[in-house]
Design a binder for this molecule. Structure first.
Ligand SMILES: Cc1cc2nc3c(=O)[nH]c(=O)nc-3n(C[C@H](O)[C@H](O)[C@H](O)COP(=O)(O)OP(=O)(O)OC[C@H]3O[C@@H](n4cnc5c(N)ncnc54)[C@H](O)[C@@H]3O)c2cc1C
Length: 404
C-alpha cells in the first residue's frame, strides 16, 4: 500500500531537483509530480551554501556540457531573476595573474572563453586593473563582463513556489529511506509515507551515489565532499572589493582558488577553499562521520586521488587550519588585506564525483537506468546553469523514462 501514486518523483530539493521539477511542470503540466526533500526546507545544502555567483562559462572545456549549459544557463538565470524580481547584479569579474607563469594560463582562459562563445573578454594591464578594482594588484587580468551575483536560496524558494502553483508537490522532511523497484512501479519510502511512481529522478546532491545504490543500481563513482570555507570582510573594509576578484585557477584541480566576492547583499567574502570534508554534510572541522569515512577509504579511487592530489590537499588543510596562510593566499590578489579585516564566515560542502581510477569527474554526469535517472555530478556552475541543466535532464527523461 502506498500513500499516493505519481508519474514522476524527484529526490532532492536543491537547485537542480527543483529546476527539473519546474521544467516538468512546464513541459508536462498534466503529470503528477512530487519532490521529496529530507530537510525541513529546500536548499539547505549546496544550493543554500554557495558563493551566489552567476558564472559566465569562461573556465570550462569547449564542447563539454558545463561549457554549453553554463553560457545559456547564465543568460536564463539572469532572465529568471529579472522576471521574478529576484535581486541580482551582472557586475563582471576580473581574473588576476600574479605570477609570470600564470600569464599563458590567463591567455588560455581568454581563448577558452571565446571558444565557448563569451563576448567582451579583455586582457588588461595593472593600470586598468587599478581602475576597475583599485586595491587589487597583478601582472595582467582578464575582464569577464557577463559574470554576476544572486542568491540561489531565494531562487530555490521561487522555483518551489512556481512548482506548487503549477500543481506539483514539494514535500519536505521526507527523506527517501528505501526504494523498491518492480516491473510496473517504483516505491519510495519516507518518514512521511510511501509513494509510488512510474519514474524517478535522483537529484540528491551529496547523497546521489547512495540514493542510486538504494535504487538497486551500482554507480561507478563515489561522491567526495569538499568543504569550502569563507571569511567575511569586516564591513569597514568591504570597500576594498568592488565586485569579484579571482586568481588564475590551477588547471589540475576542479576548484577556482580563494577569491573575493561582493555578494548581492553587499557583504564581501573571501574563499572558498576546498578541504576534503570528513562527513558528507561536514560543515565544520568537528563534523566527522565514521560511515562516510569508511566508505571513502574503501573506495579504490579515493587512494588514487590521494596519491595524485596529496600536495594540494595538504595546502588546503593548512589554509583551513591557519588563518595567516589563508590571508597570504588572499594577499596575492589584494596586498592590503590583513587578518584583522577578516572574520570567520560560513561554509558549504561540494558534492564531487570521483572515479575508481582516482580522477575527479569534470563534467556534469546524468546516468539513466530503466525508469530511473541519476544525476551524479552537478558541481559548480550547476546553480548558474540549473535551468538549462533541467532542460537537458527532462529531454533525457522524456526519451529514456518515457515522460509524456
Ligand atoms: C562552497 C560552494 C560554492 C559554490 N559556488 C557556486 C557559485 O558561485 N555558482 C554556481 O553556479 N555554483 C556554485 N556552487 C555549486 C552549486 O551550489 C551546486 O552545483 C548546486 O547547488 C548543486 O545543486 P543540487 O540540487 O545538485 O544539490 P543540493 O543543493 O545539495 O541538493 C540536494 C538535495 O538532496 C537532498 N537529499 C539528499 N539525500 C536525500 C534523500 N535520501 N531523500 C530526500 N532528499 C535528499 C538534500 O537534503 C539536498 O537538499 C558552489 C557549491 C559550493 C558547495
Amino acid at each position: 500500500m502506498t500513500d499516493s501514486h505519481h508519474n514522476v518523483i524527484i529526490i532532492g530539493g536543491g537547485v537542480v531537483g527543483l529546476a527539473v521539477a519546474l521544467e516538468i511542470t512546464r513541459r508536462f503540466p498534466h503529470l503528477r509530480l512530487l519532490v521529496l526533500e529530507k530537510e525541513d526546507r529546500v536548499a539547505r545544502h549546496q544550493s543554500g551554501h554557495n558563493s551566489g555567483v552567476i558564472h559566465s562559462g569562461v573556465y570550462y572545456k569547449p564542447g563539454s556540457l558545463k561549457a554549453s549549459l553554463c553560457l545559456t544557463g547564465a543568460a536564463a538565470m539572469v532572465e529568471f531573476c529579472r522576471e521574478h524580481a529576484i535581486p541580482h547584479n551582472v557586475c563582471g569579474k576580473v581574473i588576476v595573474a600574479t605570477y609570470p607563469e600564470e600569464l599563458p594560463r590567463l591567455e588560455n582562459l581568454r581563448q577558452r572563453g571565446e571558444a565557448n562563445g563569451l563576448t567582451g573578454l579583455r586582457l588588461i594591464g595593472p593600470e586598468e586593473l587599478h581602475e576597475i578594482e583599485p586595491h587589487a594588484t597583478g601582472l595582467q587580468a582578464l575582464v569577464v563582463p557577463s559574470t554576476g551575483v544572486t542568491d540561489y536560496a531565494v531562487v530555490c524558494d521561487k522555483y518551489a513556489e512556481l512548482i506548487s502553483a503549477r500543481g506539483g508537490t514539494v514535500l519536505t522532511s521526507a527523506a527517501a529511506t528505501k526504494i523498491r523497484r518492480s516491473s510496473h512501479e517504483i516505491v519510495v519510502e519516507t518518514p512521511r509515507g510511501s509513494f509510488s511512481t512510474s519514474s524517478l529522478i535522483n537529484c540528491a546532491g551529496l547523497f546521489s551515489d547512495r540514493v542510486a545504490r538504494m535504487a538497486g543500481d551500482a554507480p561507478d563513482v563515489m561522491i567526495v565532499p569538499f568543504r569550502g570555507e569563507y571569511y567575511d570582510l569586516v564591513p569597514e573594509r568591504a570597500a576594498l572589493v568592488r565586485a569579484l576578484i579571482y586568481p588564475v585557477p590551477d588547471p589540475s584541480f576542479p576548484f577556482l582558488g580563494v577569491h573575493f566576492t561582493r555578494r548581492i547583499t553587499g557583504r564581501v567574502d573571501a574563499g572558498p577553499n576546498a578541504v576534503l570534508a570528513l562527513a558528507r554534510e561536514g560543515y565544520r572541522h568537528a563534523d566527522i562521520s565514521p560511515r562516510d569515512l569508511a566508505a571513502a577509504l574503501a573506495f579504490p579511487g579515493f587512494w588514487r586521488m590521494a596519491r595524485q592530489h596529496w600536495r594540494n590537499g595538504i595546502d588546503e588543510w593548512h589554509r583551513s587550519l591557519s588563518k595567516p596562510a589563508f590571508v597570504r593566499a588572499l594577499q596575492r590578489l589584494l596586498p592590503e588585506i590583513t587578518a584583522h579585516d577578516l572574520v570567520p564566515g560560513g561554509s558549504g560542502v561540494r558534492a564531487q564525483a570521483l572515479k575508481p581510477d582516482g580522477a575527479l569527474v569534470d563534467d556534469f554526469q546524468f546516468v539513466p537506468s530503466g525508469k530511473v535517472l541519476h544525476v551524479l555530478n552537478v558541481p559548480s556552475p550547476a546553480a548558474t546553469a540549473s535551468l538549462t541543466i533541467a532542460k537537458t535532464i527532462v529531454d533525457l527523461a522524456a526519451n529514456d523514462l518515457g515522460l509524456r
